[in-house]
Structure formats: structure tokens, C-alpha cells
Design a protein around this ligand. Structure first.
Ligand code: SF4
Length: 716
């Protein structure tokens, strides 16, 4: 029996797992009780890493399309097929004919963190898409505009807060998002246990709402209005007190003026929240010794997502809760250093280019995935004809599933890096499977950067494998896209990745290795595997690192390995003003593009809360985006692909149906078809849910291996 302690790579919570194995078998997976961050917590998904590992449907070798079927091939044959299919399309139609989709699992692997950027550069196309644009992109935008760093998310410091106002989040099901805090529910209950208050704003009485001290059932999609109403009340009642950061915040008066019409009384109608309640929320937030507003999916993936993301932080700033213990703080992962010196940087911009068909602006180098089908279907220069996906399942998880499904069927060449044949990759010509999560080492760079404590943890591989790791697969793709051919040495790419990080440290005056000899630094790393070299470099140059000799007792990868449960370096620390990266060096409370957009929001003040129904998504504990549905242990039991309707709405719909039938109206089917046609005609980006279908727009609805090759290709 061997016991290995690893970080669960399935969701943002990063729980510590204790994996017991015997030979090549997993005997047991349970929560690691000595993990200083998760303290033994595990959700039902964590133990299914075993089922994922042994799942017979998980690909162990590359497959290439062979007529209507798949054929297993060697890795060399697979890459030869990639080159044969992909390169002629790029040579004939140019680099913009390549589309690239990066799925959510990329942020849960070291390879995804380190090799995807070289892949994007090697591809040379601006047609880059990812799951971010149907998830958290509004928060990137508001953070970029307000403090100049789109990757610095203000995190609710839930272990120290006295008051948490949470919008559009259901951590009892999802365990938190843009906020890494294992056992999020337990941490919420700890707020209540120490006398604090948790308020949940959600259209639905979710499990999280049931456990809250107060649940406010807002009208779906109106969170931005509600937050503007709260901010207005903060000004109106003289509760604004920016505090320590006041000299470093600009735009307070512009925001006050811009929100003049968003009185609690004005937003009460469209949000469905009484003005008195809105004013009380403002008072409670301002009165709490430390309070925080935290919004997620329901506040972001909506019509006014960026305004909602911005308005949440306006409330945090105005009440002095930004970058304050117990308020909205910024992560300080141990592989980074606490910024020092004067604030200021290059700022943040969007729209450096736009999508070809509909002119949507890029953000962080990405185009909205909602327009991916347009870019594949619409003829002309720059039409996407070849595709590369690294993880993810956009056909199932992005808007307008059916249209994307048909669009993927029309691609001339499609290469997927994925362990499964799923609803998207079934259209591929070649699928390159990475090893299972138990066959690779891991350091969670991405989610340490959203964590509410400063924790370092290294996960060794539980099992070894002869198959190439994901970094090697991506490195070979990089070389092919660069035109280096099939025999090029992947060390070229691995070294380039390391060079990037080493050079950055050598140039940075705050780095402990600033100005040192590059060869000397690299020589200290050469005994390690490519990914581990980067982990070691970053740990050693981080806040607690040995600085390559500067602090002999400091952190190194070797020392971290000696602490299999990880090391907890304590709670978050203040980072502002030094971490402000805007051109002005100040927190920009009133970015012009945001203030301009308030005009559109103002128009919605006249919208009625009644008379329409809106479909909203929901999280489920035993589900993980658009995958994990091959795990019978997770999907068994009660049918969970259900539509929940408020009983009052259901009764009204039933009564309306009776009236329509009595009048001889043909029924809802015809209505749905007409609505669906209209959506298509208008080029709507919204999915058209098929209420009668179990396999429709619900991203959680794929109960097993999908049928292969259901669609004919039209452009081959
Ligand atoms: S909450 Fe997330 S990280 Fe923790 S065990 Fe479940 S899936 Fe894994």
C-alpha cells in the first residue's frame, strides 16, 4: 500500500486528497485531514478521481478518424496525421483559418498553465476562444479597468469577515469560484458561528440561500441594478468612507454623479427588491467591522455582467473594504512576491481587435465563444476551417449547442487534446489524450492565485506512465504549428518556457536573482523535469523562497516535497497601493467605458419585473461543468436534469395553457418553434433550450459516451 497526498484538480477548491494505492490500483481516496487548507474536506467528486482513472472509456492512446469509426494509433502516427491534416489548411487559407478553444481543465494542469501560451503564439491566429467568456470574463474586465490587473480578483476574505453579501453564487453546490476556499460551506457557517452575517442574493432558493441569514430573491439578471442601488444608498446616507486607500482612489465623485438616478426606489421595481431592503443592505455593509460584496456567475454571465462586477467592487471601495482584512482582498500565492514600491503600470485595454463576423472586441486576447459558430459558418477571409481544442466541450457547454454541433461537423480539420470522445471531440480527426490526473504531478498555480490563504502544495504523480505527459503533447503541437516538423526536439519548447520565467526574474529589480548569471540559475534546475523546473524557480523566487542562496532556509521544491500536506503561510495580506497597475497609479473607480455603459443600464429601470420568464442555470454538487458524466457513481440516482419553476409561475402557465386550449390555440410546441426561428433569424447568442428534450441545452446532460459521427460533414 502506498499513500500519496495530492491536490484535487477537479474544481477551484483545491482540496487535499489522500490517495491509497496498491500496485497500479487505487484502493481509496479520501480527504487529507492534515491538509492545512482543506482539513479533510472532500466533496463527492473528489473520490471519483479513481473512477476517472480506471474508466474504460477514457482514451489511453491517440485515435484517428477512420471513416465512421476511430482507430488507435501510435503517438508518432498521430502527430503525422495532425501535420497532414492541419498544415495544408493553414498554408492555403492563412493562420486566421485556425480556431483554438481552451477548456476549463487547462487551469487545473501545469501543462495548461505553461504550454498554452506558446501554443497560441505558434498558431498565429486571433481566433482564440475559451470557457472564460461564458464564465468570469466580466470580472477580468472590471479588475483590469479598476486596478490595471485583469488577473487580480478581489476575494471575499471569508475567514475573517463579519458580513458577506453574496450574489449569484451557490458554494454549497460548487464550493466557490473566483475564490479558492475548500469547504466553503463550512467557512460560511463559521462566519455565522462567530456572530457575523451571510446574505445571499439569488433568484432561486438555493441550498446556499437556505443556509444564509437572509435570502433576497432578486429578479434574474438585475444584480447590477441592485448593486447600483446599494452604492447609491451608500452615498445618499453618507456611509461612504474609503478609508486607508482614499489617497489612492480616483473617480468617487464621478461615480456618485453617474449613479444619481439609480436610487433604491428606482431599482426596486425591476429588481423585485424593496427600497428599504436595499438601504438596509447598504447600512449593514457599511456598519460591519469588515464586510465584503462577492458576486459570481449570476452577477457575471448576464446582460450587464461587467457593470455588475464593477458595481460590487464600487461597494467594497466605498465602504473601505477593499484590500482590508475581512473585506475584499487579493491573493498572495507563495510563488509570487508582495509588490513593493510606487503604484502604477501599463493599465488595461480591450478591443485591440474584433471578431470578423460580428465585430465583438477581444478581451485578454480572446473573442467571445458565443460567436464561435459565426466564425466557423460564415464564408470569407479568416473563416475558421481548422480547429484545435485543448480540453473542454464547447458543443455542450457554450451557447447554442445545436448550432455549434453542426458547425464543428463542417470543419476541414479538427485536432483535439482530450481524454474523452465527447459531444465536441466526436467531430475531431485526431484525438491526443493526456494521462489521467493521477499520472501527473501538479502545483496549482492558477487557484493559489485566488486562494483566501497563502498555501504552497506540491502533488506528486500517484502512478507513472510511459505515455507522453500533456506538456510533451502540447510541445509537439507547438513545434508542428511553427513548421519545425515531426522530428523537432521538444526540449526547444521546454527550454523556451523556462527561459521566459528565468528572464523575467533576472530583469525584475525586486527579484532575489535580479541581474544574476542566467546559466548559473538554469544549472541549478536542470536535474528536474520540465514542469518541475518552473515550479522550483517560482517557489525559490517567491515570498518565502531561498532566492537561490539568498535565504538558505527558504522554500524550494525539494523542501516542499518534504511537506506532503502542504505549507500554510497564513492569511492574506494587504497589497495596495503598490499592486495597483493602472496608468494613473490609482484605483479607477469610474472607468469611462463603464460609466458610458451605465446609460444602457439606466434604460432598464423602466423594465417591468413581471410578465416574462427567464431561464437561469444552476450548479449541482455531483457535476462538473460539461464533463464527469461518464461516472455512473456521480450520475446515478434521482434525475437531476430538471426544470425548476416557481409554483406561482407554474400555476399561471397551466391556467394559460387551459385557456389557450379552450380557444383552440395549437399549443406550446408551435410557439416554441416560432420562438426558436426568431432567435435564429436574429442571430441571438442565447441557447434555445428545448424543454421537452433531456439532451438539450443543459450542460450537465450527457449520461455517457456520445454516439460517434452523427453528423455528416459538409465541407470536406
Ligand atoms: S470540492 Fe472540488 S477540489 Fe474539493 S474534492 Fe470536490 S471537486 Fe475536488
Amino acid at each position: 500500500m502506498t499513500t500519496t497526498f495530492v491536490t484535487c484538480p477537479l474544481c477551484e477548491a483545491t482540496c487535499g486528497l489522500e490517495v491509497t494505492s496498491k500496485g497500479s490500483d487505487v484502493v481509496r481516496i479520501r480527504g487529507d485531514r492534515e491538509d492545512p487548507f482543506s482539513r479533510g474536506f472532500i466533496c463527492p467528486k473528489g473520490s471519483t478521481l479513481k473512477h476517472l482513472h480506471v474508466d474504460p472509456d477514457r482514451l489511453r492512446a491517440p485515435v484517428v478518424r477512420d471513416g465512421d469509426d476511430w482507430r488507435e494509433v501510435s503517438w508518432d502516427e498521430a502527430f503525422a496525421e495532425v501535420e497532414r491534416l492541419l498544415m495544408p489548411v493553414l498554408e492555403e487559407h492563412g493562420r486566421e483559418s485556425l480556431g483554438l478553444y481552451l477548456g476549463n481543465p487547462n487551469v487545473h494542469t501545469m501543462a495548461g498553465q505553461l504550454y498554452v501560451i506558446p501554443l497560441v503564439f505558434a498558431g498565429g491566429s486571433k481566433n482564440i476562444f475559451s470557457a472564460s467568456t461564458v464564465d468570469q470574463m466580466p470580472k477580468h474586465v472590471s479588475s483590469g479597468l479598476m486596478w490595471g490587473d485583469p488577473l487580480s480578483f478581489p476575494l471575499p476574505d471569508i475567514d475573517r469577515t463579519d458580513y458577506l453579501l453574496m450574489l449569484g453564487a451557490d458554494p454549497y453546490e460548487s464550493n466557490g469560484s473566483l475564490c479558492t476556499a475548500p469547504d466553503f460551506p463550512g467557512r460560511l457557517e463559521a462566519i455565522q458561528a462567530r456572530g457575523g452575517k451571510v446574505v445571499v442574493v439569488d433568484p432561486r432558493r438555493s441550498k446556499t440561500a437556505e443556509h444564509a441569514d437572509e435570502h433576497i430573491a432578486v429578479v434574474p439578471g438585475t444584480d447590477a441594478l441592485l448593486l447600483c442601488g446599494i452604492a447609491h444608498a451608500i452615498f445618499d446616507e453618507g456611509l461612504d468612507e474609503v478609508g486607508r486607500l482614499a489617497p489612492h482612489v480616483t473617480g468617487v465623485d464621478e461615480v456618485r454623479e453617474a449613479l444619481e438616478e439609480f436610487t433604491p426606489e428606482a431599482v426596486a421595481g425591476p429588481t423585485g427588491v424593496e427600497a428599504g431592503t436595499i438601504r438596509q443592505l447598504a447600512r449593514d455593509l457599511a456598519a460591519a467591522p469588515a464586510g465584503v460584496v462577492y458576486g459570481r456567475i449570476g452577477n457575471h454571465t448576464v446582460e450587464f455582467g461587467t457593470l455588475g462586477a464593477w458595481a460590487a467592487d464600487v461597494c467594497n471601495v466605498l465602504t473601505g473594504n477593499l484590500d482590508r482584512p475581512g473585506g475584499a482582498m487579493f491573493a498572495s500565492p507563495p510563488y509570487t512576491r508582495i509588490p513593493q514600491g510606487e503604484p502604477g503600470g501599463r493599465g488595461f485595454a480591450t478591443g485591440r481587435w474584433t471578431s470578423r463576423v460580428k465585430g465583438h472586441p477581444e478581451v485578454r486576447g480572446e473573442l467571445p465563444v458565443a460567436t464561435l459558430a459565426d466564425e466557423i459558418e460564415t464564408p470569407g477571409d479568416g473563416q475558421i476551417r481548422a480547429f484545435l481544442s485543448v480540453a473542454g466541450n464547447p458543443v455542450r457547454s457554450c451557447p447554442n449547442s445545436e448550432r455549434l454541433d453542426a458547425a464543428f461537423a463542417g470543419l476541414e480539420a479538427y485536432i483535439a487534446v482530450d481524454p474523452y470522445i465527447n459531444e465536441t471531440t466526436r467531430h475531431a480527426d485526431v484525438i491526443l489524450p493526456p494521462p489521467s490526473a493521477l499520472e501527473r504531478s501538479h502545483y496549482d498555480f492558477a487557484f493559489s492565485a485566488n486562494a483566501v490563504r497563502r498555501v504552497a502544495k506540491y502533488s506528486p504523480a500517484v502512478f507513472t506512465t510511459d505515455a507522453p505527459d500533456e506538456g510533451e503533447i502540447l510541445a509537439r503541437l507547438v513545434l508542428l504549428l511553427m513548421g519545425a516538423g515531426l522530428d523537432a526536439d521538444t526540449d526547444l519548447v521546454h527550454d523556451q518556457v523556462l527561459d521566459h520565467f528565468v528572464d523575467r526574474e533576472l530583469r525584475d529589480e525586486t527579484s532575489p536573482i535580479f541581474g544574476r548569471d542566467k546559466d548559473e540559475i538554469v544549472a541549478e534546475l536542470t536535474s528536474l523535469a520540465p514542469v518541475e523546473r518552473v515550479i522550483d524557480l517560482r517557489l525559490r523566487t517567491g515570498s518565502f523562497g531561498d532566492g537561490f542562496g539568498a535565504d538558505p532556509d527558504g522554500l524550494t521544491l525539494t523542501r516542499l516535497r518534504e511537506k506532503p500536506h502542504g505549507i500554510d503561510y497564513g492569511p492574506l495580506v494587504e497589497r495596495f497601493p503598490a499592486a495597483i497597475c493602472t496608468e494613473s497609479g490609482k484605483v479607477e473607480l469610474a472607468p469611462p467605458s463603464v460609466i458610458d455603459d451605465l446609460e444602457r443600464l439606466r434604460d432598464t429601470l423602466a423594465r417591468s419585473a413581471n410578465g416574462t420568464l427567464r431561464l437561469v442555470g444552476r450548479r449541482q454538487l455531483r457535476s462538473n461543468n460539461s464533463w464527469m458524466h461518464n461516472m455512473s457513481v456521480l450520475v446515478k440516482g434521482e434525475e437531476r436534469c430538471t426544470l425548476l419553476v416557481n409554483p406561482v409561475d407554474a400555476a399561471e402557465l397551466r391556467a394559460r395553457g387551459r385557456v389557450e386550449r379552450a380557444r383552440g390555440v395549437t399549443g406550446r410546441k408551435g410557439d416554441r418553434a416560432r420562438r426558436s426561428d426568431r432567435r435564429h433569424d436574429e442571430g441571438s447568442r442565447e441557447p434555445a433550450p428545448r424543454l421537452g428534450s433531456r439532451r438539450s441545452a443543459n450542460t450537465d446532460e450527457c449520461g455517457g459516451r456520445p454516439p460517434r459521427r452523427e453528423h455528416q460533414r459538409t465541407h470536406r
